[in-house]
Design a protein around this ligand. Structure first.
Ligand SMILES: Cc1cc2nc3c(=O)[nH]c(=O)nc-3n(C[C@H](O)[C@H](O)[C@H](O)COP(=O)(O)OP(=O)(O)OC[C@H]3O[C@@H](n4cnc5c(N)ncnc54)[C@H](O)[C@@H]3O)c2cc1C
Length: 446
């Protein structure tokens, strides 16, 4: 069979590797519009912040490796422009030669990811305004910072989501003065307001200026950006990072009759199949089934892209496996804090008209009498009537990661608040209290 994969990163190459490992005698061609394969975008903020000293370090496997070691026809600068689903053809341009190409397939995977959005703001084409998605984006930001285009002191970040705050930390780490503009009245709105207040305090502790409830209208400058104009002020700036969200790269697939769903992402079933036979989709360009909402959603994350890609690859070679869905788990480092969340926030659950209760507690990550015990805030959101856990949010300096993963597992298996109390969790004073903080919260709830 002839397999074609569009997109050479997390989802696309996870699929390619499953095809290689689980079948033989097929041809696999990967069409990647950029020049780099398989890299961890998640590491890019830390390259800018100097914790990782080169973008090379985030590359998992090179184009060459895929070609030589795995016999994958991995092409670069090949951008797909359209698909003919009846004739089973993909058409596009090879940017290295400027020539067009047309290739036939038996099975196709669309793994084209998502692109950062820049709203139609006046002055967006000024120099010094960036988004962060790829290694070339990272190199451009580093060049602007260090190659003498300008003495960058003041950085403005537009958007207080997870990329916005990770980048705020990175810019502070390299000595910049940072302002975050966020049109909502809180940063990281996947947390409920009382928890995001802890994030605001941490930002202020690191001298980040927060402009909440403020909307960007445009940029002012002469060649280079000098001010961000909002509905309330003009903010002087040397560099702007726009991190207001992403949209799935699906424009080229519309004419092929491939149905899109939530937020324009390609609608897939649990086998990663689209509505068109023999065409699959996975990762940031596709929908994900949300187990708590019990419907499709769009949560573009690396964890989902790797899983969905792997499952697509298996199904493409008829080894049937289903994607079991997501529960909405994520974790973010913000200076000394770890921010973990899973499931639904209270606000989200209310928005879905669920009868919801919640409990918030403060606890210690380890036995209170043991040195260096740190405070953490735990919020559990649960169904008022059947007590099923609906979500959890934890913010603290240490031990957040393991608790949020326990909650994610509990959610995955539809556990109740009472069930949490029955869990046999690890305890010794340097690691926990005899009742884990999530059990302390569950006890308060019951
Ligand atoms: C700064 C940053 C930090 C992140 N941090 C985290 C994190 O901590 N945890 C987490 O889970 N996720 C994180 N993510 C998200 C994660 O990186 C993405 O979810 C993941 O990369 C998606 O993988 P993908 O393969 O679906 O898409 P992508 O990685 O976007 O890959 C899609 C590929 O398709 C190519 N392509 C697009 N259109 C075409 C076309 N027409 N023709 C040919 N090729 C095309 C693109 O060039 C790209 O290489 C982060 C993302 C960023 C940008």
């Amino acid at each position: 069979m002839k397999f074609i994969i569009i997109g050479g990163d997390a989802a696309g190459m996870s699929a390619a590797m499953q095809i290689v490992r689980n079948s033989s005698g097929h041809s696999i061609t990967v069409l990647e519009k950029g020049g780099i394969y398989s890299y961890g975008q998640c590491g890019l903020p830390y390259v800018i912040g100097g914790k990782i000293n080169s973008t090379d370090k985030v590359i998992a496997r090179t184009q060459q490796e895929f070609k030589e070691k795995y016999n994958i026809d991995a092409r670069v600068f090949h951008e797909v422009k359209s698909i003919d689903s009846e004739q089973k053809l993909v058409m596009g341009i090879d940017h290295s030669t400027g020539e067009s190409f047309e290739l036939s397939f038996d099975r196709l995977l669309i793994a084209t990811g998502a692109s950062p959005v820049i709203p139609k703001w006046e002055g967006s084409s000024l120099q010094g305004i960036f988004t962060l998605k790829t290694i070339p984006d990272t190199e451009e930001i580093l060049d602007y910072l260090y190659k003498g285009f300008r003495d960058v002191q003041e950085v403005t970040i537009i958007g207080g989501g997870y990329i916005g705050i990770e980048m705020a930390e990175s810019f502070v780490e390299i000595g910049k003065s940072v302002t975050i503009i966020e049109r909502n009245n809180q940063l990281v709105k996947i947390f409920d307001k009382e928890l995001s207040d802890l994030i605001h305090d941490e930002a202020k502790r690191h001298k980040i200026t927060l402009k909440l409830g403020e909307s960007v209208e445009g940029f002012i400058g002469d060649g280079q950006v000098e001010y961000v104009r909002t509905d309330k002020a003009e903010i002087k700036t040397d560099l702007v990072l726009v991190a207001v969200g992403v949209k799935p790269n699906t424009a080229f697939s519309k004419d092929a009759g491939i149905v899109t769903g939530v937020k324009g992402a390609i609608q897939v079933n649990s086998y990663m199949q689209t509505n068109v036979e023999d065409i699959f989709a996975a990762g940031d360009c596709a929908t994900q089934y949300h187990r708590i909402k019990e419907r499709d959603d769009y949560i573009p994350l690396g964890t989902h892209a790797n899983k969905q890609g792997q499952i697509a690859g298996l199904n493409m070679v008829n080894l049937h496996k289903t994607f079991k869905g997501v529960v909405g788990t994520s974790i973010i480092k913000f200076f000394d804090l770890t921010l973990g969340r899973t499931g639904l926030s209270e606000k989200e659950a209310e928005g879905l008209n669920m009868p919801v209760s919640s409990v918030t507690i403060q606890a210690r990550n380890i036995a209170g009498y043991y040195p260096d015990a740190k405070k953490m805030t735990v919020k559990l959101v649960y169904h008022k009537e059947n007590h099923k856990l609906l979500g959890g949010q934890i913010i603290g300096e240490s031990g957040v990661d393991k608790r949020i993963d326990v909650l994610a597992t509990a959610l995955f298996h539809s556990m109740t608040i009472e069930d949490l109390l029955d869990l046999d969790l690890a305890y010794a004073p340097p690691y926990n209290s005899v009742w884990d903080p999530i059990q302390q919260a569950a006890r308060k709830a019951t």
